[in-house]
Design a protein around this ligand. Structure first.
Ligand code: FE2
Length: 300
């Protein structure tokens, strides 16, 4: 009986389709979360897929200086190059396969822009930004950055070689991520060839969702079809099944997100995510009065 409970497979409970949204300096994202039918998957506040988009020389756009408070932004690039700068004095460049896990905490002003090379030469940009909420006790904590390069992100594979996973946070197929998270999180990027059929473990207490960004998969105990641009929430159990029919001609790509729900009130407005409306108003005042700082531009 206990064995049965421990190995229970999750079922797809809800499937939502991503909508398109214009962001930052004018780039389009595919956004499965939040949507009208899925405003939150606690602790995940937002999932944005940027691109894939091919920019001509001079065309690439990003998100110029803007603030955040009360949560974390996690950027994962598949193709292209981005550079970031912030009010705390951090700056860096992200390339394909790299991850930046930024804890905004009490407040940071940052910019997320294409590199000058991508701007000058043009090229493909494809990546993800997800927002992870922080519990009340950490909303006003000091900002923190974790930059994890592609080489530091462990990869696992199924025995038949048909499924591969990059483990950005948490663990999967016996490999463990380098990144440290404030609350228990699993963040995985799966590549599933036709005929792949894997199960991966999740904590029964976690909220679990998958975002298919390429191809078609069958997910969960009922092998429910989920296709590119759809996000599925899986309920109840400690195992998630991901499979691709042997008849498919292309591989599928899937992000798996799992996290322990924070179970606190969520008040959100633009770049701020707090517990109450009052705290949101305070965040806006603090930003406007410069208390979140500003990005110091280098003098050329
Ligand atoms: Fe941002």
């Amino acid at each position: 009986m206990e064995q049965h409970t421990r190995l229970k497979e999750r079922r797809v409970e809800q499937v939502v389709t991503a909508h398109h949204q214009r962001e930052g300096g004018g780039f389009m994202v595919r956004r499965p979360l939040p949507t009208r039918n899925l405003p939150l998957m606690d602790p995940f506040l937002l999932v944005d897929e940027l691109g894939p988009v091919t920019y001509a020389p001079g065309e690439a756009v990003g998100a110029p200086d803007h603030p955040h408070r009360g949560f974390e932004t996690v950027t994962y690039l598949l193709q292209g190059e981005m550079q970031h700068k912030d009010s705390v004095g951090n700056h860096g460049t992200l390339g394909p396969g790299d991850v930046q896990w930024m804890t905004a905490g009490g407040g940071v002003v940052h910019s997320e822009m294409p590199t000058s090379r991508l701007l000058d030469e043009g090229g493909v940009m494809h990546g993800f930004q997800i927002w992870v909420n922080l519990p009340a006790a950490l909303k006003m904590s000091a900002p923190r950055y974790q930059e994890i390069s592609r080489s530091e992100i462990p990869r696992g594979a199924s025995e038949d070689g048909l499924a591969h996973v990059s483990v950005i946070a948490g663990r999967a197929l016996g490999v463990e991520a380098a990144i440290d998270t404030h609350t228990p999180i699993q963040y995985q990027d799966w590549t599933l060839k036709p005929g792949a059929n894997v199960v991966t473990e999740v904590d029964p207490e976690h909220n679990v969702g998958i975002y298919v960004f390429s191809g078609i998969i069958k997910a969960g105990f009922d092998l429910q079809r989920v296709e590119a641009g759809q996000f599925a929430v899986l309920r109840e159990g400690s195992i998630v099944r991901l499979s691709v029919s042997a008849e498919e001609t292309v591989e599928a790509r899937v992000l798996l997100l799992a996290g322990l729900p924070i179970n606190e009130p969520v008040a959100r407005y633009g770049p701020f995510v707090m517990n109450t409306e009052q705290e949101l108003q305070q965040a806006a005042r603090d930003y406007q009065s410069g208390r979140m700082g500003q990005i110091v531009q280098e003098v050329m």
